[in-house]
Design a protein. Sequence first.
Length: 38
Amino acid sequence: YKLAFSSYNLSQASASAVVILLISLGLTLFYIRYQKAR
């Protein structure tokens, strides 16, 4: 969020936020499947 406020580059900040969200979502799903497999 610092990127959006310091340089007002909202498109790049939102894009990176979406990427981070997708990565964390994928890791969460992978972790849940791994826990169920055990």
